[in-house]
Design a protein around this ligand. Structure first.
Ligand code: NCD
Length: 300
């Protein structure tokens, strides 16, 4: 078992190597089977941005571990509303908690907190930048549904520019021998520097002109990130939908993933089909986050 997560921050997937990711996935499977030890720690959940799954699955993970939770999901109810700085908030909370889980609208907020804090910081999403725990549960979902990650053809669809789940997922996937295809509405392409970095890591990246599902083992769709657009008309132009008719062009065993929330990117008619993996994906947030908290805070 890899121990290099012990007492470490978890802010990005960029520097995660395959050994560490494989260890997280293996550990997640143990937690999934109910095979784990209690964790006598206090974990702070500080959510400066809306959340359903990430917040509730971290909260469930903390409870199942027998650990204690403190924190807020509405910063308006904290002293931030009185004008207290983010830095002071972190310096205080680190004195109450053994680890701090943070979601924040600003890119770099988690890394900034990690520089300040003496306790581990876990990034639960910082602006359009990273969402590394989501990437771990996404990989866990792929592994559980497909039995492997190597050798798969994976299509990422949607807002590849602002989607932080995408930015974390692509770097995590670059540790595996996969073929990545990208399709986005105009102006929401994966930033070129990321495409270059993935290719320099040896990942095969295809940029699709048309949305083509054929041959793909995993289709990962994302919400167009309305809150990150300066121009709402551009947002309206960028919306897309995967219709149930598209199922005819998919491999029979292709899985359809989505970090959720879904607005209208995936026809709800998919929910009853074997393709739909998104609700199981959300469920996997609990064992994966339990495993991460234990690897970071558990005994060596
Ligand atoms: C995502 C997020 O917050 O980045 N949701 C999640 O954590 N599952 C995706 C999104 O908001 O579109």
């Amino acid at each position: 078992m890899s121990l290099n997560l012990h007492n470490k921050d978890f802010v990005s997937t960029r520097n995660l190597d395959r050994k560490t990711i494989d260890a997280i996935l293996k550990e997640s499977s143990k937690f999934d089977k109910g095979n784990y030890k209690k964790l006598n720690k206090t974990i702070a959940l500080l959510f400066f941005e809306p959340s359903t799954r990430t917040h509730l699955s971290f909260s469930t993970a903390v409870r199942k571990l027998g650990a204690s939770e403190i924190g807020f999901s509405n910063p308006k109810a904290s002293s931030l509303a009185k004008g207290e700085s983010f830095s002071d908030t972190i310096k205080v909370v680190e004195r109450y908690a053994d680890a701090i889980v943070i979601r924040h609208p600003l890119q770099g907020a988690a890394a900034f907190a990690a520089d300040l804090s003496s306790v581990p910081i876990i990034n639960a999403g910082d602006g359009a930048n990273q969402h590394p725990t989501q990437a771990m549960l996404d990989l866990y979902t792929i592994l559980k549904k497909k039995g492997k990650i190597d050798g798969l053809k994976i299509l990422l669809v949607g807002d590849l520019k602002y989607g932080r789940t995408i930015h974390s997922l692509v770097f995590a996937l670059s540790n595996y021998n996969i073929e990545l295809s990208l399709y986005s509405p105009p102006s929401l392409a994966l930033p070129e520097r990321m495409v270059d970095e993935l290719r320099s890591r040896g990942t095969k990246v295809n940029i699709l002109e048309n949305l083509d599902f054929s041959g793909q083992d995993v289709i990962y769709a994302t919400r167009v990130q309305k809150e990150r657009f300066a121009d709402l008309e551009e947002y309206e132009r960028s919306r897309y939908k995967i219709s149930i008719k598209d199922a005819d062009t998919m491999k029979r065993d292709a899985i359809l993933m989505h970090p959720l929330p879904r607005i209208d990117e995936i026809d709800t008619a998919f929910d009853k089909t074997k393709h739909a993996a998104y609700f199981d994906e959300a469920a996997n947030g609990v064992p994966v986050r339990m495993a991460l908290l234990s690897l970071i805070l558990g005994g060596k």
